[in-house]
Ligand binder design. Structure first.
Ligand SMILES: NC(=O)c1ccc[n+]([C@@H]2O[C@H](COP(=O)([O-])OP(=O)(O)OC[C@H]3O[C@@H](n4cnc5c(N)ncnc54)[C@H](O)[C@@H]3O)[C@@H](O)[C@H]2O)c1
Length: 350
C-alpha cells in the first residue's frame, strides 16, 4: 500500500551529551565558517587535536582548513604525498607550522596507521607523572587528547556483482578496512582521555539507498554505515565514555572523486567547503546521522528515498524497486506526494 510519507524537518538525535547545548538548524543552514567559532564547543575548539585521513584533497582537505580556522592542531594523512604536503602548507598558513603534522599514510596498511598515531603522540603527547600508591613506583603516562578523528579517505573503484574482484578487494581495503585500521589504533587511547572526543566516519548515501552502477562502492559504504552504528552504540554503552561517533553522509560534492580535475563544478553539487561546514554544524549539535544535502537534492527528498528503500523490505517489494520498471511510476508518485507542501526548491530528479 502506498502511504503518504511522514516528513519532519526535525532531525533525529543520538542522545549525545552535546545535544542540549547546541541546537540543530537542519532547514536553515547557510555555510558560514565565521559562525562556527562563536561558541566554545567542548570538542571543536582551540588547541585540541584533529586527525584527518584522506586530507590531500576534496572533503578531507576542506575539513583540515575549516578546523584550522577554528584553531585546532591538525594532523593530516593521505596516500598522495605531494598533494598532502601542499595541504600542509595551506593549513600551516592558518594555524602556524607548529600546529600542523603531515604524515603520508596509506590507511589500508595497519603499520602505516600505527606510525601515524606514533607521530601524533610524539608531537602533541602530554607526559603525565602519576603515583599509583604512596609506596609504588612512579608511572609516566603519555596522553594525546585527540578531539576529532575523521575517517575520510575513500576511493571509488568500480565493480559489479560478478566482475572486478581485485577492485572489490582494493575498495574494501581502503573504504572499510582503512577506517577499521584507524579505529582500532586510535580508539583505545581515546577511551582513556579526560576530554571529550568525536569520531567522524565518512559514509555515503550510496551505502544506504544502493543505487545501481557501482556495487563495490555501495557495499563498502553500507559496511561503513553498519560499522559506525555499532561504534556509536558501543561507545554509548561504555561507562564514562567521553567519545561519540558520527556517520557523515555527504551530498554530491565537487571533488576529485566526482571529477573535479576535469570539469567545471556542476550546478547541483556543493563545494567541499560547504559540505564540511554543514557537517561541522551537525556534529557540533551532536547528530549521529549527518545527512548532507546539495543543490539538487534536499533533505526531504533524501528522507523519502531512504524510507522507500527500507519499504522494499518491509513491504515485500523487489530489491531496488526504485529502479524497477514496474515500480517507477509508483515511486515517482510517492515522491510527488511526499514533496507536496515541502515548499519551493524541489528537485528536478527522482
Ligand atoms: N564527493 C562526493 O560527492 C562524495 C559523496 C559521498 C561520499 N564521499 C566520500 O567522501 C570521502 C572523501 O572523498 P572526496 O569526495 O573528497 O574525494 P577525493 O578523491 O578528493 O579525496 C579522497 C582522498 O582520499 C585519499 N586516499 C585514497 N586512498 C587512500 C588510502 N589508501 N590512504 C589514505 N588516503 C587515501 C585520496 O588520495 C584523496 O586525497 C570519501 O570517503 C568518499 O567516498 C564523497
Amino acid at each position: 500500500m502506498l502511504e503518504r510519507p511522514v516528513i519532519s524537518s526535525h532531525t533525529s538525535r543520538n542522545g549525545s551529551p552535546l545535544r542540549s547545548a547546541f541546537s540543530s538548524t537542519a532547514s536553515l543552514f547557510k555555510p558560514d565558517s565565521a559562525g562556527l567559532g562563536d561558541d566554545v564547543h567542548p570538542i571543536i575548539h582551540e588547541g585540541r587535536v584533529a586527525v584527518i585521513t584522506g586530507a590531500a584533497s576534496g572533503i578531507g582537505r576542506a575539513a583540515a582548513l575549516e578546523l584550522a580556522k577554528l584553531k585546532l592542531k591538525i594532523a593530516i594523512a593521505d596516500v598522495d604525498e605531494a598533494r598532502l604536503l601542499q595541504v600542509g602548507k595551506d593549513v600551516a598558513a592558518i594555524v602556524g607550522d607548529a600546529n600542523v603534522l603531515v604524515v603520508p599514510t596509506d590507511v589500508s596498511k595497519l603499520d602505516q596507521v600505527v606510525h601515524l598515531k606514533e607521530k601524533v603522540f610524539e608531537l602533541w603527547g602530554e607526559v603525565r607523572i602519576k603515583t599509583i600508591h604512596s609506596n609504588s613506583p612512579i608511572m609516566i603516562l603519555i596522553f594525546v587528547q585527540v578531539a576529532v578523528l575523521m575517517n575520510n579517505a575513500g576511493i571509488g573503484l568500480t565493480g559489479t556483482s560478478w566482475d572486478g574482484i581485485n577492485n572489490w578487494k582494493t575498495i574494501f581495503d581502503v573504504n572499510l578496512f582503512g577506517i577499521l585500521n584507524v579505529q582500532q589504533t586510535f580508539v583505545p587511547p581515546m577511551l582513556h582521555q579526560e576530554n571529550q572526543g568525536m569520531i567522524i566516519n565518512t559514509g555515503s548515501k550510496q551505502g544506504i539507498t544502493n543505487p545501481p552502477g557501482n556495487a563495490a562502492y555501495n557495499a563498502s559504504k553500507a559496511a561503513v554505515k553498519s560499522l559506525t552504528e555499532s561504534l556509536a552504540h558501543e561507545l554509548r554503552e561504555k561507562p564514562n565514555s567521553n567519545v561519540t561517533a558520527h556517520l557523515f553522509i555527504p551530498g554530491w560534492t565537487y571533488t576529485n572523486l566526482t571529477g573535479a580535475l576535469h570539469a567545471e563544478k556542476p550546478a547541483g553539487a556543493w563545494l567541499a567547503e560547504e559540505t564540511v561546514l554543514y557537517m561541522l554544524d551537525k556534529v557540533r549539535a551532536g547528530d549521529f546521522y549527518v545527512l548532507v544535502p546539495d543543490n539538487e537534492t534536499r533533505r526531504e527528498l533524501d528522507q523519502l528515498r531512504i524510507m522507500w528503500a527500507a519499504g522494499d523490505i518491509a513491504e515485500g517489494r523487489p530489491a531496488l524497486s526504485r529502479w524497477h520498471k514496474d515500480y517507477k511510476a509508483l515511486f515517482e508518485e510517492y515522491v510527488r506526494d511526499g514533496m507536496a507542501g515541502v515548499g519551493a526548491g524541489s528537485e528536478r530528479s527522482f
